[in-house]
Design a binder for this molecule. Structure first.
Ligand SMILES: *[C@@H]1O[C@H](CO)[C@@H](O)[C@H](O)[C@H]1NC(C)=O
Ligand SMILES: *[C@@H]1O[C@H](CO)[C@@H](O)[C@H](O)[C@H]1NC(C)=O
Ligand SMILES: *[C@@H]1O[C@H](CO)[C@@H](O)[C@H](O)[C@H]1NC(C)=O
Ligand SMILES: *[C@@H]1O[C@H](CO)[C@@H](O)[C@H](O)[C@H]1NC(C)=O
Ligand SMILES: *[C@@H]1O[C@H](CO)[C@@H](O)[C@H](O)[C@H]1NC(C)=O
Length: 476
């Protein structure tokens, strides 16, 4: 069995080898593998990158006899057929000699007209390298350009990059690029993935970005982009992931974003975006991750979030949110993480949040929520420390469950008090609060705080008012 497959393989190889080599004799009858100009091109490109100055001697026929893992070749369809370099990959993941400290991108790349993939990871790290406009243009066949994690790759992204009409993947992430996104970028109609994250790019996101009609992933995070989000984002009909986090974007979200009905992830966190949040966002029917932490939205949690049925993560920490938690949140059956901490939310914690079957993190800490906690017991036990409610001085409990060691609310949520200042009847015998615990709600309950001297309300009346509030919220 084994030997027959080996001989089959050999026969296959011989047929392949005959086809490849038989048709390519040069005038001397020696198999010709590459055009001289292209061979020279790959030698010069590698020489400009690698420490190993012997690369050309060690790999005189990089497409056949002396291959190198980072270079791939394919046979062209010309007559006679020839080998062409189609892929160059430099990175620490392959057994390659390191890049030299003076590594550069040689203009000899232009001698490799069949190159479709150029990827260079963690190479330019000591002397500054810029992207020469001459390297790119309509003549290029690149479909995959990834220059990633090169700390000394600096300067601007040349406009000529936008002329590579075959480009499908463009990743210039984790470099030190500056300046604006080329306005001509919109002409890359085949581009599926655009990643400029972790650079020092600035200026506005150009309106022309709407021309990228094949785009599925847009990552511009961790730069210094400013101004409003372009309305044209709404034209990216195939887009699935948009990450614009950690920039200086301002203004309101354009309502057009609601047209992106394939969008799965939208991350806007750490910007300066204002509210209100346009209601059209309810059209994002495939949205699973909506993350917008640390933005001055200063608005209410919109009721329409309840329509985003596929939502798994909803995170609006530190967004100046006001008003109550909408009841519609309880229709998000796939929700696993809800973080609305560090806002100014008021009202009670809706008990039906605890009926969401997948919810595994609920962070409502540092708000102004009030009333008695009435989340279902199984939910409280399931979440344990992932139920975070501290920093809401108006919350209280009459259920000893909230006081267990492995529940994060244990020390911070005071007992709800009945009119005589003792615990309500839900408390089990033997779990009496200490005197200091009993004092806490008096200090922390905002209703109590209002009972300053001069108030016509007596302390006892206020206590019973607080109790009735707790009791009512328990019923709801
Ligand atoms: C980022 O670019 C700005 C100019 O646009 C410059 O002042 C700043 O020093 C750059 N920051 C880094 C970390 O290179
Ligand atoms: C929730 O998740 C399940 C399983 O991941 C998926 O089949 C379903 O379409 C999702 N959406 C809703 C609304 O349940
Ligand atoms: C939330 O507020 C707390 C207390 O003010 C602060 O320590 C924390 O860094 C804030 N966290 C976020 C994510 O905003
Ligand atoms: C909840 O929010 C607080 C306040 O920002 C933060 O310190 C804490 O890490 C968060 N906890 C979880 C589990 O997300
Ligand atoms: C907390 O402890 C109780 C038993 O005291 C247990 O039933 C529950 O599963 C624990 N919860 C977590 C989140 O560990």
């Amino acid at each position: 069995m084994a030997s027959s497959s080996v001989s089959l393989f050999l026969v296959g190889f011989l047929i392949f080898a005959q086809e490849v080599f038989a048709e390519m004799p040069d005038s001397d009858g020696i198999p010709l593998e590459m055009e001289k100009e292209e061979l020279l091109g790959i030698f010069e490109v590698m020489d400009a990158l690698l420490e190993d100055s012997e690369w050309a001697q060690e790999h005189p026929q990089p497409c056949t006899e002396t291959p190198w893992p980072g270079v791939q070749c394919e046979i062209g369809d010309e007559d006679p057929p020839m080998f062409h370099v189609t892929k160059i990959h430099i990175g620490s993941d392959i057994l390659s000699p390191p890049c030299k400290s003076s590594a550069t991108l040689s203009e000899s790349l232009l001698k490799l007209p069949y190159l479709r993939t150029l990827s260079i990871f963690s190479c330019f790290a000591t002397s500054p390298v810029t992207l020469s406009p001459n390297l790119f243009g309509a003549f290029s066949s690149l479909d995959h350009l990834a220059l990633v994690s090169n700390p000394t790759l600096t300067g601007e992204i040349p406009q000529s990059l936008a002329q590579i009409s075959s480009l499908r993947v463009l990743s210039l992430s984790q470099n030190n690029l500056q300046g604006k996104i080329p306005s001509k970028i919109g002409s890359l109609v085949s581009l599926e993935q655009l990643d400029f994250s972790y650079n020092n790019l600035s200026g506005q996101i150009p309106e022309e970005i709407g021309g990228l009609e094949s785009l599925t992933i847009l990552d511009l995070s961790w730069n210094a982009f400013e101004g409003q989000l372009p309305y044209s984002l709404g034209e990216l009909q195939l887009i699935q992931k948009i990450d614009l986090s950690s920039n200086r974007l301002t203004g309101r979200l354009p309502p057009e974003i609601g047209k992106l009905n394939r969008l799965v992830l939208l991350d806007l966190s750490h910007n300066l975006i204002n509210g209100p949040i346009p209601e059209t966002l309810s059209g994002l029917e495939h949205l699973e991750y909506l993350v917008a932490d640390t933005n001055p939205f200063n608005t209410e949690v919109p009721n329409f979030v309840g329509k985003l049925m596929n939502l798994k993560t909803l995170s609006f920490s530190e967004c100046g949110l006001i008003g109550p938690l909408p009841n519609s949140l309880s229709s998000l059956k796939n929700l696993t993480a809800l973080s609305l901490n560090n806002n100014s939310l008021t009202g009670t914690v809706p008990p039906n949040l605890g009926t969401l079957p997948s919810l595994d993190l609920l962070n409502l800490s540092n708000n102004q929520l009030t009333g008695e906690l009435a989340l279902p017991e199984d939910f409280v036990e399931r979440l344990g420390k992932r139920l975070v409610l501290r920093g809401n001085n108006g919350l209280c409990t009459s259920n000893p469950l909230y006081k267990k060691d492995n529940i994060s609310t244990n020390v911070i949520t005071p007992w709800c008090l009945n009119p005589r200042g003792t615990k309500t009847d839900k408390t089990l015998a033997g779990e009496h609060p200490t005197e200091s615990e009993r004092v806490k709600p008096l200090d922390q309950n905002p209703i109590q705080k209002r009972s300053s001297a001069g108030s016509p309300w007596s302390n006892e009346k206020l206590n019973s008012f607080g109790f009735v509030l707790c009791f009512l919220s328990l019923l709801l």
